[in-house]
Design a binder for this molecule. Structure first.
Ligand code: PLP
Length: 380
């Protein structure tokens, strides 16, 4: 039996915010001080919106104060109502934005491999009240966008994607934001590209962007006219300044994460019962999360035990996404939330474990994470 690896001296979490050199952020702040303009479409906001449009090849992009408000606004802009079909295997924000719009979430089971909503499970759930499909590009793994579009077109439904994890993801060389009527991106501090808190909506035409920009600013058209019941979804100059500084460093961060992911992929499948969630060859990975699946029965220990025992090494993995949204007390009484209707989602939620992936971890840190997993899974 090998001796136990040495614990990390400091806690290691799944994510660590990418912090640009402080002097770069301070330089951005200097501009804000000179302009004495803190929010409401200032110079940094304008610059970041343009920079992200270029970077993501997304011509119609609107910045927001966070991704959740952005998704709430997306539902409003598309005038969704009634029922929207979505996945239970996601972060709470996804179904909650529907509730905030008085829309009933209808949960469809997921594909057991991609872990995204299974198009074959969508069609039987469509009723006269259904207005849209809300898919999630889980861990940056794209939904089956063509199959979803075919169903949506046939039934006259809208398609929204929660792309909180999919910054920079591409599918067959196309930006992921090119699919669906609206895609939301989250710029939360834990995301590869971030503005501390923040987000964006990407849409297909200038008219819808205009509508969204009105909705995120109280519906104010000009000094004399308020034309929609809008909300405050505006990104501040401080957030935008952070984004401009972070954007200069994300390619380096991506490369560092790619090396960590490669190392995990080389080492972890050798451990009995562990598989790595894979991004298909046609996809440019967002390197937002690195997730393993622990197959109960084949592994010596289950996912929960691995999660708990890793803490001994100061490594804090995350059961992401667990519990399923369909089990929250606010949704569990819905007919679509019945566990027997969502067998794949329940199985996957019991298997997944997100591991640390951030550039500062380095190859050495990633190796130590693997040593700890190896030790835990090999010990009695
Ligand atoms: C899948 C998913 N949707 C929505 C959100 C919410 O985004 P935000 O934190 O920017 O509001 C998150 C946050 O991490 C997420 O993971």
């Amino acid at each position: 039996m090998p001796s136990a690896p040495t614990p990390f001296p400091e806690p290691v979490y799944v994510a660590r915010p990418l912090l640009p050199p402080l002097e770069e952020f301070v330089r951005e702040l200097g501009d804000i001080w000179s302009a004495a303009w803190l929010t409401n479409n200032g110079a940094k906001h304008v610059a970041l919106e343009q920079a992200l449009s270029d970077h993501l090849r997304a011509p119609h992009l609107s910045l927001f104060n966070n991704g959740t408000i952005a998704l709430i606004v997306a539902c409003r802009a598309l005038r969704l109502a009634g029922e929207v079909i979505t996945t239970p295997f996601t972060f709470p924000a996804t179904p909650h934005v529907l509730s905030w719009n008085n829309i009933t979430p209808v949960f469809a089971d997921i594909d057991p491999v991609s872990m995204t909503i299974d198009p074959a499970k969508i069609e039987p759930l469509i009723t006269a009240r259904t207005t849209a499909i809300l898919g999630v590009h889980v861990y940056g793994i794209p939904c089956q966008v063509d199959a979803i579009r075919t169903i949506a077109d046939y039934y006259g439904l809208r398609v929204i994607y929660d792309g909180a994890h999919a910054f920079g993801t591409e599918l067959d060389g196309q930006p992921i934001t090119a699919f669906g009527d609206v895609t939301m991106l989250s710029f939360h501090a834990t995301k590869l590209f971030h503005t501390a808190e923040g987000g964006a909506l990407v849409v297909r035409d200038a008219r819808l962007k205009h509508q969204i920009d009105l909705l995120k600013n109280f519906g104010i058209r000009n000094e004399e006219e308020v034309v929609l019941p809008g909300i405050n979804g505006k990104m501040t100059e401080l957030q935008a300044a952070m984004g401009l500084a972070v954007l200069r460093h994300i390619d380096t961060e991506r490369d560092a994460r790619a090396s960590i992911a490669k190392l995990y992929r080389e080492r972890l499948p050798a451990i009995n019962g562990i598989t790595c969630a894979d991004t298909p060859a046609s996809v440019r990975n967002s390197y937002q999360y690195f997730v393993i699946r622990v197959q109960e029965g084949r592994a010596r220990k289950g996912r929960d035990q691995l999660h708990d025992e890793m803490k001994r090494f100061n490594i804090f993995t995350r059961k992401y996404f667990y519990p399923l949204c369909s089990t929250y007390s606010c949704y569990s009484e819905l007919p679509s939330a019945a566990p027997m209707r969502l067998p794949n989602a329940h199985r996957v939620a019991a298997q997944v474990l997100a591991l640390p992936i951030f550039g500062a971890l380095g190859q050495d840190g990633a190796d130590r994470v693997c040593d700890a997993i190896d030790f835990v899974m090999g010990s009695a």
